[in-house]
Design a protein around this ligand. Structure first.
Ligand SMILES: *[C@@H]1O[C@H](CO)[C@@H](O)[C@H](O)[C@H]1NC(C)=O
Ligand SMILES: *[C@@H]1O[C@H](CO)[C@@H](O)[C@H](O)[C@H]1NC(C)=O
Ligand SMILES: *[C@@H]1O[C@H](CO)[C@@H](O)[C@H](O)[C@H]1NC(C)=O
Ligand SMILES: *[C@@H]1O[C@H](CO)[C@@H](O)[C@H](O)[C@H]1NC(C)=O
Length: 391
């Protein structure tokens, strides 16, 4: 901005000068020649000294300015070969329009420890919409027992898993890879076994399908549970000011899921240097990798918020988990109407970042799903489901 304003002011000055003092004396053709000369010099200068701010980039250059959008780290230093390769691939994926499926589906990716207690509730949620979703289950501890036909046979197989040993981001990447095999899957939703739906299927389907953004949570927490987890060993690709935080419960459009498949550079940084109990820090890659990656490569393409509600207001290590006595129609209805998104930080002032939720630039309820619910809430949730999910 500063650069442009400076230029504008300078151009104005020149115009004013030529207007007041010289125009009367100069013959018209000479005045035009001067102006044209000035414009040519201006353009040559812009060509020789490429613009280094995003506004200047958009004004002067026909090239892609995406990389200028966010932390100036890209503009400030030369990229390594690997980084260049990575950016070329990612940029190409982001520019390619998604394949038009005649039968677009949402892939629901369930990350569970064992049996999914809320299967009967999800069964109710899915019923009647059979051609518009697919289910994938990754279980990390014990083999689940399925009761709903939508879940039977949907466990993902593959390489042998050492239970509880594979890092969360690897599980997420596995689930994404499996679900990307089906070209009809256009949106990808990560859910846990303590998640429940807050709206009916049609509402969720339209909310996700009719927008261009991925709902990936992303904010800056300057406290010990935010940038305090950052390791200098992630430099230079991930500088401290690029390090973001966010809940792992995402929804992602297909292009973004492909980016996650294609990215090896940032993934490796986080896998190697964002681990619990490392260099005196407890870093959890699943809370930092995706927010940081997408904030770097496509900041305008993510909503910076999650569509999965969770209650951190108690300020404990874990979010509040709801019990059967908490579940009333009014409580559930309240959750479906929340229009403010709240982030609790761990900085000294325990800053709270909040803002309205927007969907395609319109104010809309923030949440499609909610966690964490104890299995004992199932019965009450089933009773109220048809009522609280109607808007
Ligand atoms: C999504 O992006 C395309 C292309 O940029 C645009 O034409 C379309 O209107 C967008 N859709 C929504 C729902 O924002
Ligand atoms: C998300 O945050 C980034 C800055 O961190 C901003 O550039 C982007 O516009 C935000 N996205 C939306 C949808 O507001
Ligand atoms: C629901 O929201 C209303 C208005 O914000 C509040 O007064 C009420 O206590 C809430 N009820 C429950 C059960 O959370
Ligand atoms: C749901 O709503 C219907 C009609 O408004 C009502 O008759 C019924 O009692 C409600 N069920 C529950 C569990 O609140």
């Amino acid at each position: 901005m500063k650069v442009t304003r400076g230029w504008q002011r300078r151009i104005k000055d020149i115009f004013l000068m030529s207007g007041s003092r010289q125009r009367s004396r100069l013959k018209r053709p000479l005045w035009i020649i001067l102006l044209v000369t000035f414009v040519i010099i201006f353009l040559i200068t812009a060509f020789i000294y490429p613009p280094t701010t995003s506004t200047a980039c958009y004004i002067f250059s026909s090239r892609d300015c995406t990389l200028f959008n966010q932390p100036s780290v890209f503009a400030a230093r030369e990229l390594s070969d690997e980084e260049t390769r990575s950016h070329v691939v990612i940029r190409e994926i982001l520019k390619t329009p998604p394949i038009q499926s005649t039968n677009p589906k949402i892939a629901f990716l369930f990350l569970t420890t064992g049996t999914l207690h809320f299967e009967p509730l999800w069964d109710k949620f899915f019923r009647g919409h059979e051609d518009r979703f697919s289910v994938y289950v990754h279980t990390s501890r014990e083999k689940p027992v399925h009761t709903s036909p939508y879940f039977i046979g949907r466990d993902i197989h593959g390489e042998t898993v050492v239970w509880g040993k594979i890092p969360m981001i690897d599980i997420e990447r596995r689930l994404l890879a499996q679900s990307l095999l089906d070209p009809d899957n256009q949106q990808f939703v990560l859910l846990s076994d303590s998640c429940v739906p807050l709206h009916n299927f049609d509402y969720v389907y339209n909310y996700l399908m009719l927008t261009n953004v991925s709902f990936i949570d992303c904010f800056v927490d300057h406290g010990p549970h935010g940038t305090g987890r950052y390791s200098e060993r992630m430099r230079p690709e991930v500088e401290k000011n690029a390090f973001q935080k966010g809940s792992q419960w995402f929804t992602m459009k297909r292009q973004h899921a492909l980016v996650v498949m294609a990215d090896n550079l940032y993934y490796r940084k986080f896998k190697n240097y964002c681990k619990p109990n490392m260099d005196g820090r407890n870093c959890y890659a699943d809370e930092h990798y995706l927010p940081t990656l997408f904030n770097l490569i496509d900041p305008g393409g993510i909503a910076n918020r999650s569509v999965t509600y969770v209650d951190w207001s108690e300020g404990k290590w874990h979010p509040r988990a709801f019990r059967a006595q908490d579940i009333t129609f009014e409580f559930l209805k309240n959750l479906t109407f929340i229009e403010e998104d709240i982030h609790f930080t761990s900085d000294r002032k325990k800053r709270i970042i909040s803002g309205s939720c927007f969907w395609n630039s319109m104010k809309r309820p923030c949440y499609l799903f909610a966690r964490k619910f104890y299995p004992e809430t199932l019965h009450k949730l089933m009773t109220h489901f048809s009522n609280y999910t109607t808007i």
